[in-house]
Design a protein around this ligand. Sequence first.
Ligand SMILES: NC(=O)c1ccc[n+]([C@@H]2O[C@H](COP(=O)([O-])OP(=O)(O)OC[C@H]3O[C@@H](n4cnc5c(N)ncnc54)[C@H](O)[C@@H]3O)[C@@H](O)[C@H]2O)c1
Length: 432
Amino acid sequence: MSHIDSAPSTPGKFKMEKATYFNRVRWHTSLAKLAVWSFVFLGAILIFFFRSPASTPVPADLSRRSLRTYNWGGPVWEKRVRASARVRSRNGFAVLVTGAAGFVGTHVSAALKRRGDGVLGIDNFNDYYDPSLKRARQLLLERTGVYIVEGDINDEALLRKLFEVVPFTHVMHLAAQAGVRYAMENPGSYVHSNIAGFVNLLEVCKSVNPQPAIVWASSSSVYGLNTKVPFSERDRTDQPASLYAATKKAGEEIAHTYNHIYGLSLTGLRFFTVYGPWGRPDMAYFFFTRDILKGKVIPIFEAANHGTVARDFTYIDDIVRGCLGALDTAEKSTGSGGKKRGPAQLRVFNLGNTSPVPVSDLVGILERLLKAKAKRNIMRLPRNGDVQFTHANISYAQRELGYKPTTDLHSGLKKFVRWYLNYYSDVKKADE
Ligand SMILES: NC(=O)c1ccc[n+]([C@@H]2O[C@H](COP(=O)([O-])OP(=O)(O)OC[C@H]3O[C@@H](n4cnc5c(N)ncnc54)[C@H](O)[C@@H]3O)[C@@H](O)[C@H]2O)c1
């Protein structure tokens, strides 16, 4: 600090006033050298950044969790991508599953692979919740022959490369920043994944030839502050109660635009509180289980005047069947060369269970399955994104997709608890 303060303010000028002709020539030569070295240095920086298309930095943007560089590309990598996406059944699809290391993504990828479709996953493995769970799901999928490319859906060069290697017939788009409460902590991550990422994916899909059909996850949260039940696809969705809901609603409007202008076939699925094995640790049924076992107090919300908070809990296998039904009934996109050639399919479906259960009943079931008493702390529902209840009308999905949920909450939670106890006892053993 003191060194900088004591330096003359115009050192160059001070020297030039006293310089001889010889000194002046030397000065110009030094300047020329300096210029040459500056160019060399600048050139080196440019080469460093633009050298390899196989390692694309995610642009500095709103998400502090996604500022990472991923490695992809090369013949070995391409071979792996091709092998994973190879279709093994007659009339099977080649499906790109975004968010494949996520809860729903893992189950859908495994189901598609099982029936002979080609599946390639992409996921950025962000740390919104314990990434080791995502890695464990990745391992599970690897064993079934599904490769998950580590990358961000905002990485246009990567997505283009994937479509160059595999002409995907379908995209199952599940990558998103989920969770309603976290939006108050990190709003940028919702814009990054649910809006910018979705647009980037659609930009790539609209321009490839042939265009894939896209099925993507919207959310029951778009019903927001609606009070009319059960929620029907025809109901208003312009009163979101969280930024998460607002980004999903924006996604539905963006889908409309890309369908309208470019002829992309788009099907949005409004999932209602999905639960099950390999689930998400940020969801109530999951952390209630953890906290009941630890003897920790769990918050149970109630609305004004002791109003019941209820959710239309939907078991993962039912959701997977809905996703597959949507893929199977998706019509081809109609555009090519980035231009629409005719009207294309645009749909939105509720995928719920049609039987909302009060959250306190959920806790009762967990107590019985875990053989442990919950320490309940009844609290007023905070105004941070959660709504009082969700309840799906699924008649449209029933008609068009053959969607018919078959798992009640008790049977589904039983399977979840069995998985939870196994998984975390294995994790504990591995840590010891
Ligand atoms: N689980 C539910 O109850 C529920 C309810 C309604 C809607 N949804 C929607 O369903 C989809 C799947 O949900 P989930 O429960 O499996 O969530 P999840 O968080 O387990 O899965 C999402 C995956 O996407 C990945 N991801 C996020 N941003 C990404 C990006 N920019 N690039 C690449 N990968 C990225 C994450 O790492 C994660 O593995 C999401 O779109 C979610 O909003 C889920």
